[in-house]
Design a protein around this ligand. Sequence first.
Ligand code: NCD
Length: 326
Amino acid sequence: MTTLGNGIKKVGLAPNLKSGFYGQDIISVRQFTRENLEYIFAVADEMRAVVKRVGSTDLLKGHVLACVFYEPSTRTSSSFIAAMSRLGGSVIPINEVRFSSVTKGESLPDTIRTLESYADVIVLRHPEVGASQVAAEYARKPIINAGDGVGEHPTQALLDLYTIRTELGNLDGLHVAMVGDLRYGRTVHSLARLLCLYDVRMTFVAPELLRLPLDVLNDIRSCGRPVAESYSVQDAISDVDVLYVTRVQRERFADQAQYEAVKDFYVITPELMAEAKERMIVMHPLPRVNEISYSLDNDPRAAYFRQMENGMYIRMALLAAVLGKA
Ligand code: NCD
């Protein structure tokens, strides 16, 4: 146990959040329980109401967030920055690591040690699996994982789950199909694991090359939820409550010919959606490339832009919780 200068105690590494969020790292969805998810969702509901009513609050006035992105990002970085700004705090944005000392050869631990001497919480995106965990081992301040390579993306999974709950009213009893790059898609790895906390049936739709990694599949099987794998989105579409579509992660392929072979394997079109239930939603963590036709955007079941907006409310809730102000 480390006692921090500001009185926050960080207990072990990536601990389970039974004791609440205050001062804790957010590294993996494995940390969450249904109880603390409900808490974050309730706070996110309040954040939404505040933003709609008055735009911002001064809950985190005087607090500083360091936002460090070693990989490209539009939504995750800007929604964290917007979240901190709407809570009255300020941000050190390091989106272009090429302008930081990282290009001079500075290590991740030294970068983290530097930023935590200026900031109260650090959001980190990094191309290597486990990078946030490593950062958390060095940092005395909370580290929030904003994506570690093909590993996890826990805050995206929180906003995904929050979206399903907001759109469909409940989580138990649903059939969720995840489609596309299940191999490299970290949002899928986190969401699938998180859904294990609920009575949810999951179908994983991917070409052979992009099937869900065995360790994730085993995690889901071991929690006893019904799981199916399929190549065909047509076969799954009529029965699902949530269709979670993902981009083929071009940057993860060593062989670009392999990427070309699978890049447009699935495209969700209005014709395909004619087979889907009337009450269901289509989600996507975004960015989309070709996998959802633009002509679907006006379908009320297309929830991906609402999902993206929810990211800001969830991140406001998380920042407030981790800094002990929720
Ligand atoms: C995702 C990511 O970075 O993993 N984007 C996001 O955070 N919303 C998905 C992707 O890049 O395809």
